[in-house]
Design a protein around this ligand. Structure first.
Ligand SMILES: C[S@@+](CC[C@H](N)C(=O)[O-])C[C@H]1O[C@@H](n2cnc3c(N)ncnc32)[C@H](O)[C@@H]1O
Length: 245
């Protein structure tokens, strides 16, 4: 398990979780930030695309989620009653940036990203987020490292429809161990992904683990169009026999 280098604080509160850069005095600041932001966001897009080319099955998309999808995801969460929340697959941090705007003081927020290249981009963009460079399959161990007994919310940005069955099962099974009964699972999927065999299998599996499953209208502004799905962890999930965790 590889964590953020020391000096990267846990986002326990939203003290500086709004993505505002610390202010530096000087007139050139009025001109500089725009150039920097667009250059770094171009670099982030390029990294995302390069990752897709190298690992299409892990990425599931050629472009990062847009703000409309991120807002739709954040709106599913009861922030006032959330004490511990994780994001799976933050990538370059587009959804993360929206989530941390809502995190209440005292709430633990951390993220797990498998790609070292994208984790590096996310760290640069959001240094206040405690980011684990690891697989979501290891959520139980990561919660232990965080001192979290049970999570209230799991936000998933994972491309489930691109995953093999065994990976879908092992992440879902591990998630059942980390998420409290009744805890919220919020994910997104691409319209097209729902039609693939792996996408259909994943959504068909969800009722074993979650109740009150909901699906949003498509977020057409996202590229590609996506929808948000939610579920509440069952009191007694029906674990898949043989799943590794
Ligand atoms: C569809 S991209 C989403 C990225 C970003 N959150 C967004 O919405 O644009 C999926 C992300 O999940 C990451 N990922 C894939 N498998 C993973 C795993 N087993 N554990 C953690 N992250 C994973 C990928 O590296 C990628 O960053």
């Amino acid at each position: 398990m590889k964590t953020a280098p020391s000096g990267h604080a846990h986002t326990h509160s939203n003290g500086h979780a709004n993505g505002h850069a610390s202010s530096h005095a000087g007139h050139d600041r009025l001109i500089e930030p725009r150039k920097k932001a667009s250059r770094s966001s171009l670099a982030a897009h390029a990294k995302f695309l390069a990752e897709f080319i190298s690992h299409p099955g892990r990425m599931g998309a050629v472009a990062a989620s847009g703000p409309a999808l991120a807002k739709r995801m954040a709106a599913q969460i009861d922030w006032a009653n959330t004490r511990a929340i994780v994001e799976y697959g933050p990538g370059t941090g587009t959804v993360t940036e929206e989530l941390i705007k809502h995190v209440k003081p005292g709430t633990k927020f951390f993220a797990i990203e498998r790609s070292p290249e994208l984790a590096a981009v996310c760290r640069r963009r959001l240094p206040q987020v405690h980011l684990y460079e690891d697989s979501a399959e290891n959520i139980v161990e990561i919660c232990r490292a965080e001192g979290v007994e049970q999570l209230d919310v799991v936000v998933s940005c994972l491309p489930w429809a691109s995953f093999p069955e065994s990976l879908q099962d092992s992440i879902l099974t591990a998630t059942m161990k980390a998420l409290k009964p009744g805890g919220k699972f919020v994910g997104f999927g691409y319209q097209m992904g729902l039609l693939t065999p792996a996408g259909r299998r994943f959504h068909g599996r969800l009722p074993r683990y979650f109740e009150n499953i909901g699906r949003s209208r498509p977020v057409w502004l996202n590229i590609p169009p996506a929808l948000v799905f939610t579920g509440d962890r069952r009191q007694q999930p029906d674990f898949v026999p043989g799943a590794s965790r």
